[in-house]
Ligand binder design. Sequence first.
Ligand code: CA
Length: 236
Amino acid sequence: MSKEQKKTIIIVEDEPSLVFTLKDTLENEGFEVHITEDGEQAVDLVKDTDPDLMLLDLMLPGKSGYEVCKEVRGLDYNFPIIILTARDQEIDKVTGLNIGADDYITKPFGVKELLARINARLRRANTYSSKEEMADSLTLDPVEINLNESYVKRPDQDPIPLTTREVELIRYLIPRRNVPVSRDELLEKVWRYEFSTNTRTVDVHISKLRAKIEMHPDDPKYLVTLHGVGYMLKTG
Ligand code: CA
């Protein structure tokens, strides 16, 4: 019998009863689970185990979840990070987004909901590695987009950094170039209906992205609006 390849999940959480439940549940689901209750040790554990996903509490001894998240992303680890947050920490969600977390779940949460989110994130990570991640750059003449290093190079300008979401958006559009994509599809596939998103969220991000990749953002040549339909990446 061939050895089944287990997905590895790191839990960074200092609440013993929650850790116990999570470990038990995830191991029953066939995951390899590593645990630390200390923010200081979390980054070392990442280096040692090269996980597929991380569950990260925010209030931790040693180092906060924010710092852990920032440090992990700074080391170029791209596995999904799901933040475990207490109720009414809306402000934390915003900060967490900016430092590279992928999703949030509010305590107390149901095991079923958590598993659904973990599996959605892992599926999505797989999809990217097999398809979208193949593209590491895109030329929208005269603008060069480097997707691996997340920046845009315009003529005679310093590189402009792209956010994780902008890179995801472009990666989603590349295999669908010259095909109309609706706002709802982008909300579902790129945002996964996270947080308090709506179609306005999509418009705002598209507009910010245009300012980076289009020479004339008000009259876009590549990332075009199709009225009543949505958007399209128009190339060639
Ligand atoms: Ca805590």
